[in-house]
Design a protein around this ligand. Structure first.
Ligand SMILES: Cc1ncc(COP(=O)(O)O)c(C=O)c1O
Length: 421
């Protein structure tokens, strides 16, 4: 059989695959992947600077994992699930004790967290923050206020959700005071939980302001409100510490929600939380036939063991500092193209500004990612004109440097007016 070309697959895809499945800004049909590379159906290789939207943070080569049996039997106990849960528990802020509930994807785990907050407190209101992205199931979508991710087409959404204004770490005193005022107006006795994305990924890698985070946590602790953090994108060291909430002093959440990379390439998510919180749902109240399969746990555990070594941590620090220095140097050279850089650790975003009259900022960002794509670098655009930069944790230094050089050249080309739509 002739293997179809990229162009053919993209054409057939448009006819047969539902559009809601894709974020298709670049014409990519993936045939295979290895290391930190994607290979398209024509054999062209792309360095992936998104880690597969953070689903493959240790690259695409699967590490050796233990025997996991041959099929996913639903609902039963298994040794590898217990072993992986224990390994994850060791990373919980404050050291636990915790229990772990496995799921299939991040959105569904956020829905589980909503149920747990309500069951635990016997209250109903859930509070999240403007710009958060929590996923696409009804509960998670109801908590999502990232522009462009919610439409009127499928309402009504979940009841008793409140979205408060968000301030990132660069907010003015006036803005942060306004945020705190909104927080002060809440009726605390009606709130079941705060569900927070501590560092808003899809909004442009924005860390929540320290004062806002500490105030929310203080209120949660005083009023018996559950405090849950969504770490689906940022866990496993993406922002430096294992969980992004550890960038904030003294916070021990009731639960963290994880997903994406945690299954080592197989669908898997989890809620990890204090035992009283986790035991507030009974059997089957958040169970899924294909959740926490032995294969997903075995692959996830192998991925975690590969990540959890001093050598890997040291390497991540070195790569993170190369990223940081190179991106800020580029901004210094082209301030008229890169208006700002946000992010922390191993997660950055560049805010692209158009240097040309008649070309808007969003289109300028698209021109940069297209030029990078032509040069064999895969980048994504976050909402509007943010470029997402989240390479694999184990990318070789020379490949990281090569990807950064491609970005630098694309920015220079945009500045010189060499890129056109
Ligand atoms: C912070 C955050 N929460 C939840 C989700 C939803 O995860 P999933 O796409 O696995 O349902 C995502 C996905 O991008 C995310 O970034």
């Amino acid at each position: 059989m002739n293997t179809p070309s990229s162009a053919q697959i993209l054409k057939d895809d448009a006819a047969i695959i539902a559009g809601y499945q894709h974020i298709a800004e670049l014409p990519l049909a993936v045939k295979s992947a290895h290391g930190c590379f994607l290979v398209d159906a024509d054999g062209k290789e792309y360095l992936d600077f998104t880690s597969g939207a953070c689903t493959m943070c240790m690259g695409y080569d699967r590490p050796q994992c233990q025997e996991f049996g041959s099929f996913p039997f639903p609902y039963a106990s298994g040794a590898v699930q217990v072993e992986y849960a224990k390994a994850l528990a060791r990373h919980f802020p404050g050291g636990g004790p915790v229990k772990v509930g496995f799921g299939i994807c991040g959105s569904e785990a956020v829905d589980g967290a909503i149920k747990l907050c309500r069951a635990f407190t016997k209250r109903s209101k859930i509070v999240s923050f403007a710009g958060d992205y929590h996923g696409t199931t009804y509960g998670a979508a109801s908590l999502t206020s990232l522009p462009g991710r919610l439409s009127d087409a499928f309402g009504p959404m979940l009841e008793d959700i409140e979205i408060l204004p968000f301030c990132d770490e660069t907010a003015s005193d006036e803005d942060i005071d306004n945020c705190l005022l909104e927080l002060a107006y809440l009726d605390y006795e009606s709130i079941a939980g705060f569900i927070i994305e501590p560092i808003q990924g899809d909004m442009g890698m924005l860390p929540m302001h320290q004062k806002l985070m500490q105030s929310i946590y203080g209120i949660a602790r005083t009023w018996g409100i559950a405090f849950v953090v969504d770490e689906v994108q940022m866990a496993f060291g993406r922002t430096g510490p294992f969980f992004s909430i550890e960038n904030y002093d003294g916070i021990i959440p009731d639960a963290v929600v994880v997903g994406k990379t945690m299954g080592g390439g197989i669908p898997l998510s989890a809620i990890i939380g204090n035992p009283n919180f986790m035991d507030s749902l009974g059997p089957c109240e958040h169970a899924f036939s294909m959740a926490g399969t032995a294969e997903a746990c075995a692959r996830g555990l192998a991925m975690l063991q590969q990540l959890d070594t001093p050598k890997m941590r040291q390497g991540m620090e070195e790569r993170s500092s190369l990223l940081y220095q190179s991106l800020y140097a580029l901004q210094e050279k082209y301030p008229e193209v890169i208006e700002k850089i946000t992010g922390i650790g191993y997660s950055f975003a560049l805010w692209i500004k158009s240097p040309q009259p008649g070309l808007d900022d969003d289109d300028a960002a698209v021109l940069v990612i297209r030029r990078c794509f032509e040069q064999g670098l895969y980048l994504m655009r976050l909402g509007a004109n943010w470029l997402r930069i989240q390479p694999q944790f184990n990318i070789p230094m020379d490949e990281l440097q090569r990807g950064l050089n491609i970005i630098a050249q694309a920015v220079a080309d945009l500045r010189a007016g060499k890129l056109s739509a």
